[in-house]
Design a protein around this ligand. Structure first.
Ligand SMILES: *Cc1c(COP(=O)(O)O)cnc(C)c1O
Length: 374
């Protein structure tokens, strides 16, 4: 049996007609950039995230960057974030001219540890970027408290976590900004690249809209140097259609996670495999990824075994960001962030998308059990 890590074709099939109709409508209108489809989606997204506003942009990476630009981040500014995240989180900080400062993760949630943030604050600190990794919210209450105490702003990196909740409230609504990605493999994916910034106030929303269009406040009058960060109408229209099904897809992922938990408990291989843990605080985990830990240095061998047996899996992420070649000048070294480094050696993402069958889930666990018995 083949079990892909992700296959969106069965999600697309029932929506195909509706999507094709709107694509055709937009092609007929020949109005491709921003416009009413983007505005409609922005309203729907802000309502979904319970944020003050939302601004559609070109990608999740640019969502992070544009928020930093709107805050006039400059060289010398320090921004605290997790070393265990997709590259874009830290790439945006450097692209904005600032210095990333890492704080190690909580091994239970894989998210930034608030106690470690407090140790990293200096007079140069301007912001914190917590990442809601794999679809589970970071511990926002203490993070917001630290930010208030030190007069910092926060950008939630919610690129993997649309619809996730912390203590009953949606991510992207806890801070000045939230960054969302609609890369096809995220829980809400468009048909290309796309992203959005959520924000708390109408003032920030207006400023972000100026920045996404070359800092242009009136036609050809440039108040700031922004960029071309505009979302297209085709992507926005597709996202509006898909957003209506997002909760059912996220619930299907949660169901699959619960099935895995039962299957793994029955397989009795707990000395080799640890399952992703839910946080001690109340969360709605949307399982963009279901990342197990593999003990005894066997992660890479298990990964190869699964791939050889037709089961998709992937390592998010194999190298802590403080050890990346391109950040060498920051002086990071092995041992600086032990929990992150341990995670990079142990994690393995298994197929979790909503359309997987019970047989496919059982096949994944049976194959891991066979590996454990070798
Ligand atoms: C996907 C992702 C991004 C970047 O989003 P793109 O739309 O691919 O640019 C940023 N941060 C995290 C945590 C992500 O998973």
């Amino acid at each position: 049996m083949n079990v892909p890590l992700l296959d969106l074709s069965s999600q697309y099939a029932p929506m195909k007609e509706e999507i094709m109709a709107v694509v055709s409508e937009i092609c007929d209108s020949q109005r491709f950039i921003l416009g009413p489809k983007v505005e409609a989606f922005e309203k729907e997204l802000a309502a979904y995230c319970t944020s003050g506003g939302a601004v559609g942009v070109t990608s999740g990476s640019d969502a992070l960057l544009i928020a930093l630009m709107a805050e006039k981040i400059k060289p010398g500014d320090e921004i605290i974030t997790s070393p265990f995240t997709f590259f874009a989180t830290v790439g945006a900080i450097v692209r904005a001219g600032a210095t990333p400062v890492f704080a190690d993760i909580d091994p239970v949630t894989f998210n930034i540890d608030p106690a470690k943030i407090a140790e990293k604050i200096t007079p140069k600190t301007r912001a914190i970027i917590p990442v809601h990794l794999f679809g589970q919210a970071a511990d926002m209450d203490p993070i917001v408290k630290i930010a208030k105490e030190h007069n910092l702003f926060i950008i939630e990196d919610a690129c993997q976590a649309i619809g996730a909740e912390y203590k009953g409230k949606r991510v992207g609504s806890f801070a000045e900004y939230g960054a969302f990605s609609f890369f096809p493999s995220k829980n809400l994916g468009c048909f290309g690249d796309g992203g959005a910034v959520s924000c708390d106030t109408a003032e920030r929303e207006a400023l972000l809209k100026i920045y996404r269009n070359h800092g242009q406040s009136k036609t050809y009058i440039h108040e700031y140097v922004g960029g071309n960060f505009r979302l297209d109408a085709l992507q926005a229209a597709i996202l509006s259609i898909k957003l209506r099904s997002l909760d059912s897809w996220s619930e299907a992922r949660q169901r699959n996670a619960a099935i895995y938990r039962k299957l793994f408990a029955d397989a009795n291989i707990g000395d080799l495999i640890s399952l992703p843990q839910e946080a001690a605080y109340p969360v709605r985990h949307i399982y963009n990824q279901f990342c197990i830990r593999v003990a005894g240095g066997k992660r890479d061998a298990l990964k190869q075994y699964l791939l050889d047996n037709g089961i998709g899996c992937a390592v998010y992420y194999p190298l802590s960001l403080h050890l990346q070649e391109c950040f060498k000048e920051l002086g990071g070294k092995v041992g600086d962030y032990p929990e992150c480094e341990k995670a990079t050696a142990e994690v393995l993402a298994l197929p979790i998308f909503g359309e997987l069958s019970a047989d496919q889930l059982a096949c994944v666990v049976d194959t891991i059990k066979a590996f454990a018995a070798r």
